[in-house]
Ligand binder design. Structure first.
Ligand code: SF4
Length: 231
């Protein structure tokens, strides 16, 4: 048995206990028949991907879809977003909730990208994360979906699925180093873009927060949480 030290905690290596290739194979087969379609998934334009990533934080994708296209029409690039009036932006973002905070964040991030990078959104996640207001989720979403980098894109809902599949105890679940390392192994198995999107869709359609639909889940056979429940 190999051991690995993550965030100062000694753990059994997840690589030794999860059949990554089989899991991603099943996941992708399911996803190709069940994927959700959204306009931000039909583009690799960094600005469009960036806007979607910011709006999708803490928000249901169907709600974001209600305003996304109109938002891009009104604010078609970083410069227009940086110059936008915060009050107008907030009005636009009202259907999503937290609109004052989001408006301030979007304007601030756009202003920094304009000043530091001449309006070009950096491809390197660590560079992007130097910008105040840009966390790991936004940086990795832009790196993967706009620039095609094979990085894990993990938000709270993806972390939920991965924690269940790997049977992680609470202290290792959430967006933890363990969860990130598992998704990193997943994305090494094939198209990072497809695997990241498939995990998001599985979380939204099958691995629901309260009543996961394990009987319909393509990962049922491998999922430690489901296996434990049937013991
Ligand atoms: S088997 Fe159940 S708990 Fe496991 S990933 Fe699928 S839906 Fe989630």
């Amino acid at each position: 048995m190999q051991l690995n030290c993550v965030a100062g905690v000694t753990l059994m290596r997840s690589e030794d206990t999860l059949p990554y290739r089989k899991i991603t194979g099943r996941l992708l087969k399911w996803w190709r028949k069940n994927k959700r379609e959204f306009p931000w998934r039909c583009t690799s334009d960094p600005y469009r991907v960036f806007v979607a990533a910011v709006l999708l934080r803490r928000t249901n994708a169907y709600k974001v879809n209600l305003i996304y296209t109109d938002f891009l029409r009104k604010y078609p690039n970083i410069a227009s977003l940086a110059r936008a009036k915060a009050s107008e932006l907030a009005d636009f973002l009202k259907p999503l909730g937290l609109y004052n905070i989001r408006a301030r964040e979007l304007k601030e991030i756009a202003t920094q990208i304009l000043r530091k990078y001449g309006g070009r959104i950096p491809a390197d996640p660590s560079e992007l994360m130097k910008i105040k207001g840009v966390g790991m989720y936004i940086a990795s979403a832009v790196a993967c979906f706009a620039y095609g980098k094979p990085v894990p894109v993990v938000d709270a809902v993806v972390a939920r699925v991965v924690s269940r599949v790997a049977g992680l105890k609470n202290k290792y679940s959430g967006i933890s180093p363990v969860v990130l390392s598992i998704v990193e192994e997943f994305v090494k198995c094939g198209s990072a873009r497809e695997i990241n999107l498939a995990l998001m869709d599985l979380a939204a359609l099958i691995c629901l927060p309260k009543n996961p639909r394990c009987g319909e889940c393509p990962l049922h056979e491998f999922c430690k949480s489901a296996i434990m429940q049937h013991k």
